[in-house]
Write a protein that binds this ligand. Structure first.
Ligand SMILES: C[S@@+](CC[C@H](N)C(=O)[O-])C[C@H]1O[C@@H](n2cnc3c(N)ncnc32)[C@H](O)[C@@H]1O
Length: 370
């Protein structure tokens, strides 16, 4: 799901938060630094609370940070979410969809779906415990998409607020990390209970070590509890996450290149942060979904003079797959170019995950051999 016009969303955010005069400046070029500087300070404070001692488990007070969140994090999260939704077959979106966005914040998922899924009816229920976030969502989302989707906002942290119905798509974006660990698994399982047959649940988190590993733990708990849930992304198996067991230092995440829209670029300059590349960790599970075969590349591939290697994860497989220079063939040379989170197949892999001259490596579309 590709969002073509991030600048359009950014303009709406500028209008909703900074007001008409800033929008005039934005349309003509850059917004004056004097207008943005106080926001840059708030953004820095908020970023510290996200990356603090507990890896972001402390919810920044929404009254202080909702607008700053919107200015700096909303657009990158739209981009991240659209990247994650791209792992779901496009046919899934070619119909009417009932969506639950739990911890919706300023309407990130609604914006992503409205901008990305043109022409099909959408009903979205946004639930959030912060009334300030919901006010912003109510301001921004309808101004972007008047009438193109039915969106209702529920101002309660209780799932009961979403009614009894089932949903085709359930999104929890950047929320898990804010829910106390003691409540998380029961919350997730009551949410997953709301999935309609053929439905998909998307869990997206910042690609920080602790946040990602609690996401991977949550994935394991959901798969153990719901026998008919299967991973669509990134895993190609239902087993407990082997990375959690076998590595104490890795966390399964992805990275995307993107073109920063101009407000983001200005805020990066003022905060000293950089959102050149976007990292994210995510798990997408489908109720009744068929498991993919093959392997996921789960660490950044590396090489030296003699070989190429990358950690791969799949059914009963976890560890470095290695291709030695002397074993390179037409059928396996593709491995030299695999990238993080590519979905690949290796036929005739040798013992110890060695790629031999008779091994065949394929990068499975939607990823083409780069
Ligand atoms: C980091 S923001 C993410 C917002 C949005 N989903 C996004 O990705 O941009 C987390 C949101 O989750 C909300 N939240 C935290 N704990 C919650 C809970 N237990 N129930 C409902 N919402 C919660 C917060 O108020 C906040 O708006």
């Amino acid at each position: 799901m590709k969002i073509e016009n991030l600048q359009r969303i950014e303009a709406m955010i500028v209008q909703a938060i900074l007001g008409g005069p800033a929008l005039v400046q934005y349309r003509a070029g850059d917004i004056s630094a004097a207008v943005l500087r106080p926001w840059a300070i708030k953004i820095r404070q908020m970023a510290e609370s996200y990356t603090g001692e507990r890896g972001g488990k402390n919810n920044p007070r929404p009254e202080v940070s909702a607008e700053a969140y919107c200015l700096y994090y909303l657009i990158p999260n739209v981009e991240r979410l659209s990247a994650v939704l791209s792992h779901i077959p496009t046919t899934f979106f070619e119909r009417e969809l009932h969506v639950l966005d739990y911890g919706c914040g300023p309407g990130t998922a609604a914006l992503t779906l409205i901008e990305g899924q043109r022409g099909y009816p959408l009903t979205i229920v946004g639930v959030d415990s912060s009334s300030r976030m919901l006010q912003l969502a109510q301001k921004i989302v309808p101004s972007l998409a008047p009438g193109s989707a039915q969106v209702t906002w529920q101002g309660a942290s209780s799932l009961a607020a979403a009614g009894a119905k089932k949903f085709d798509l359930i999104i929890l974006a950047n929320v898990i990390n804010e829910v106390p660990t003691s409540e998380l698994h029961s919350l997730l399982s009551s949410i997953a209970d709301r999935l309609a047959e053929g439905g998909v649940i998307v869990l997206l988190e910042p690609a920080m070590f602790e946040a990602t590993r609690s996401l991977m733990t949550a994935r394991d708990a959901l798969l153990r509890k719901f026998a008919r849930l299967s991973p669509i992304y990134p895993c190609t198996h239902r087993q407990d996450c082997p990375m959690l067991r076998l590595s104490t230092q890795d966390w399964c995440h992805n990275c995307i290149d993107w073109e920063r829209p101009k407000l983001l670029r200005q805020l990066d300059e003022l905060t000293g942060f950089t959102k050149h590349r976007l990292k994210y960790s995510a798990v997408v599970l489908g109720l009744g979904a068929a498991l993919k075969d093959g392997l996921r590349v789960v660490t950044i591939p590396d090489r030296n003079k003699h070989s190429w290697w990358a950690t791969v994860c799949g059914e009963g497989v976890y560890g470095d797959a290695v291709l030695e220079k002397r074993k390179v063939s037409v059928d396996n040379s593709c491995f030299k170019k695999v990238e993080l989170h590519d979905h690949i197949q290796i036929e005739n892999m040798e013992e110890g995950r060695k790629i031999g001259s008779s091994s065949v490596v394929r990068v499975i579309p939607q990823y083409s051999c780069k």
